[in-house]
Design a protein around this ligand. Structure first.
Ligand SMILES: Cc1cc2nc3c(=O)[nH]c(=O)nc-3n(C[C@H](O)[C@H](O)[C@H](O)COP(=O)(O)OP(=O)(O)OC[C@H]3O[C@@H](n4cnc5c(N)ncnc54)[C@H](O)[C@@H]3O)c2cc1C
Length: 427
């Protein structure tokens, strides 16, 4: 069993006032192993059904892992970034699509803990500690995550706002009862500021109840539109959330969105990295299992022989070694990045590079997991391409790593722009 002793950063300061002891972590990790096994068993069914894995809700709640990162003073386990990452990877080893749904809960709980006021933390994290789940639909159709919200928050006379718009990526909406989202505060007539800077400043982060009738998918001013039908990650249930006069009281305002989100980016980017690290482990495991046993018998091809075991073919030996190498490098890059964030070493990076440097753990792992799923199919051979084979699913699911923040292309742009800027701006 993995423990946090495997990697211990010099000094732990993740913005959390408590952390779990080794014994506490070991106990929770055991629960994660059991849940991971359950996800592994039901994963293929929900990939085929192309729906959220509904029975996983009860199991996830029963595992007591939902309050993993909630500080002890709010009734949680007090897990830190590294402990959360390890649990996410373990769950993802069982089934990455089901885990990606619950990962949205971990991302939003982690981000919110750093952005909520003390009062908001007490209230909302108290609810999470009692088993409720959060989700975060931010992306819109026009320009994904980086587009300034077209969703409007129109101020109401008696206080609070009504939200109007659509979020096209609502992972975990089938399980969550707490919604976090971003919208641009308008004037009383519903006009978004025309000035760009003003518009950035008006984009705001909100939290509210997600009270939905699960039979009709309708709530008061909010609904789920079942649009999720994608190449992979079927069980995430990433449907569209429609806001049509959804009321958020003043107590649901959290902070300015861009300034806030960029400051706690690690919770998104490093949690996605943890998902794909778990997927890498699964690809390696399944490849070893398939290739260690497979016998070709008598063949006449690159190798000509009477009885060939694939485990003795040069490119297959190299291929499996290459997978293990990529997994191990991914693990080290992720844990080192987490270590640098937890110890505060990221304060020494130029401010402009904090975003892409934290993000590179995810982009590095995303590049490598996609390489591994392709390589696994090639090494295992044509049977891996058939529907129902774990390899074709891992191949489809791994493609989702291209899109979640941080996106590799944009990370390189951030770094390149910084490095090419005129000298006078370097200070
Ligand atoms: C399985 C899955 C689940 C998801 N769940 C959620 C969720 O729960 N909540 C959520 O909010 N989102 C979610 N997303 C959405 C995701 O994170 C992205 O926001 C979404 O894929 C669209 O953003 P994009 O950058 O890929 O595309 P677009 O924004 O349409 O970008 C198109 C192109 O423009 C480039 N581009 C975009 N913005 C910039 C910029 N500012 N500068 C330079 N280049 C730019 C992109 O790199 C890309 O090449 C999910 C995605 C997946 C795959």
């Amino acid at each position: 069993m993995a423990t946090t002793e495997e990697f211990q950063p010099a000094s732990i300061d993740s913005g959390f006032d408590e952390g779990m002891s080794e014994a506490e972590f070991a106990e929770l990790f055991e629960k994660a192993e059991e849940l991971s096994q359950y996800f592994r068993e039901i994963g293929p069914e929900y990939d085929t059904k192309n729906t959220f894995a509904f029975p996983s809700i009860e199991k996830f709640k029963a595992s007591d892992l939902g309050r993993l990162q909630v500080p002890k003073r709010f009734g949680g386990h007090g897990g830190n970034l590294l402990q959360t990452s390890k649990i996410v990877s373990e769950l993802s080893k069982g089934d990455s699509a089901i885990t990606l749904a619950y990962n949205m809960h971990y991302i939003m709980a982690g981000m919110c803990l750093g952005l909520f006021s003390e009062e908001q933390n007490k209230y909302w994290m108290g609810r999470v500690a009692h088993g409720e789940l959060m989700f975060g639909p931010f992306s819109e159709k026009r320009a994904g995550f980086s587009g300034l919200a077209d969703m409007k928050a129109v101020p109401q006379e008696g206080g609070g706002w009504k939200l109007y718009g659509k979020k096209t990526w609502g992972t975990c909406c089938d399980a969550a009862t707490i919604i976090t989202t971003n919208a641009t505060i308008t004037d009383a007539e519903g006009n978004i500021p025309e000035d760009f800077e003003e518009r950035v400043g008006a984009e705001s982060f909100f939290v509210a109840d997600f009270d939905i009738d699960r039979e009709t998918d309708q709530g008061d001013g909010i609904s789920i539109k079942r649009t999720w039908d994608a190449c992979g990650m079927h069980a995430t249930g990433t449907h569209t959330i429609v806001f049509d006069g959804f009321y958020v009281p003043e107590s649901g305002f959290v902070c300015e969105w861009r300034a806030g989100a960029f400051g706690v980016l690690e919770w998104a980017s490093l949690m996605f990295a943890s998902i794909y690290l778990g997927m890498m482990a699964r690809v390696l495991e399944e490849s070893r299992e398939a290739l260690a046993k497979k016998t070709l018998g008598a063949v006449f091809g690159a190798v000509v022989a009477e009885d060939v075991k694939v485990a003795s073919v040069g490119h297959i030996i190299d291929g499996v070694g290459d997978m293990a190498y990529r997994y191990e490098m991914g693990r080290r890059v992720l844990y080192q990045t987490i270590g640098e964030v937890m110890s505060g070493a990221d304060d020494d990076w130029p401010l402009e590079l904090r975003f892409p440097y934290i993000g590179l753990a995810k982009t590095f792992i995303a590049d490598n997991v996609m390489h591994m799923t392709k390589s696994a199919m090639s090494l295992v051979g044509g049977q891996s391409f058939r529907k129902g084979a774990i390899f074709e699913r891992l191949y489809r699911d791994s493609a989702a790593s291209l899109f979640q923040p941080l996106n590799g292309d944009q990370s390189r742009t951030y770094i390149g722009e910084y490095l090419l800027q005129p000298e006078e701006l370097e200070d």
